[in-house]
Design a protein around this ligand. Structure first.
Ligand SMILES: [Zn+2]
Length: 366
């Protein structure tokens, strides 16, 4: 969409909410993106915010919350539609300049300095080093917002929806919860099965893990899938996905950091594509495999089945998929998972009925 064009958006389900800052009334509103942001209720404008006055406010995952410097201090706009949020943020050059506290200033200053130093580092040493240095400095709130925008783009890229057949979803939640708790990750991790026939799984910055139905279709038991999900959670825990995004979107990401255009759509479109198609370093992959093996041990379940699934999907070459690509060959990974395997000491993570439900999570059911 051209950034100069006038856009009127009314997301389905009234997903944009406005608080005028004077009363506590929630208003379901429509946004008109002209030369300013107009907040419209029942056809009449309640407020108009200049893009440069709009600032981001801390918000839960899955929502963009904004304030405006010229509006009452407590006026808030809450947007749940990721495409609309991305479109709006791309027009708000100062959305990340929200009057920070002392610590916030230190983080931002440190971050800008790191970005400047990193640009020099790119020239001297290439990008991987810069990405390694920068990743720990990126605030989690920003990482989550980045993940939300990438999320919408990835679904578009694969033309995929999140499968939500209730019985399958219940089984998936049970499986993911067991793994997440074992992995020591909190409930901000979101996950789902995507209706794509590609056999793959990946994680996005900010705590989203997706399993493609194509990989589920090739799996023979819950342990195989559990290890894959644990591997992706390992990438999340080590922030490998954010590091990869910084590395692959390169200088545009870093320059964006310096000038505040962090959520610039060009960076993200490029970034999201590489998030799914590119690979982590061999070391990152081995760490994620180690993490997965560890989680399976703690769950009292064998690690070897995951290696068997990977080998089944890729053959001995092991190419072309982000859960698999370029890194240790599937044969080597299976060998490691076999070597470090322990026999099951606890019952299966899913009953056989739950496993069948999970396998058919993308089937429509009335
Ligand atoms: Zn991986």
């Amino acid at each position: 969409m051209d950034s100069g064009a006038e856009v009127t958006q009314s997301p389905p389900g009234g997903s944009t909410t406005y608080f005028d800052g004077a009363s506590s009334k929630r208003r379901a509103v429509m946004l008109r993106l002209s030369d300013r942001l107009e907040i419209v209720e029942d056809g009449s404008a309640l407020a108009a915010w200049a893009y440069d006055d709009i600032r981001g406010v801390d918000s839960p995952s899955g929502m963009l919350r904004l304030s405006c410097q010229t509006a009452p201090a407590l006026a808030r706009l809450e947007i749940r539609d990721t495409a609309l949020a991305a479109e709006l943020v791309s027009r708000c050059a100062k959305v990340n300049d929200n009057a920070p506290g002392r610590r916030g200033v230190a983080v931002i200053v440190g971050w800008s300095l790191a970005a400047a130093a990193s640009i020099v580092a790119i020239v001297l040493f290439g990008l991987p080093l810069a990405a390694d240095r920068l990743t720990p400095l990126v605030p989690e709130t920003f990482e989550r917002r980045l993940g939300d925008v990438a999320d919408a783009q990835v679904k578009g890229l694969f033309n995929a929806r999140v499968c939500d057949n209730p019985a399958g979803q219940a089984a998936f939640v049970k499986l993911v919860t067991a793994i997440r708790e074992s992995a020591g990750l909190d409930t901000s991790v979101q996950s789902g099965v995507l209706s794509s026939s590609v056999p793959n799984a990946f994680a996005l910055p900010g705590g989203k893990v997706y399993l493609f139905n194509g990989l589920l279709a090739k799996a023979e038991n819950a342990d195989e899938i559990a290890g894959v999900l644990a591997h992706e959670l390992g990438h999340l825990k080590h922030r490998d996905n954010l590091r990869g995004l910084i590395r692959d979107s390169g200088t545009s990401f870093l320059i964006g950091l310096l000038f505040g255009d962090i959520t610039g759509s060009s960076v993200l479109i490029f970034g999201s594509r590489t998030l799914v198609t590119s690979s982590h370093s061999r070391e990152a992959e081995q760490n994620a495999d180690g993490f997965a093996i560890d989680v399976m041990h703690r769950l009292g379940r064998p690690a070897k089945p995951t290696g068997e699934l990977l080998l089944r999907v890729t053959g001995k070459e092991g190419k072309g998929l982000s859960i698999i690509s370029s890194h240790p060959l599937s044969e080597d990974r299976l060998a490691r998972m076999s070597r470090e395997d322990r026999p099951a000491s606890r019952p299966p993570l899913l009953t056989s009925a739950e496993w069948r439900s999970l396998k058919s999570i993308c089937d429509a059911k009335l």
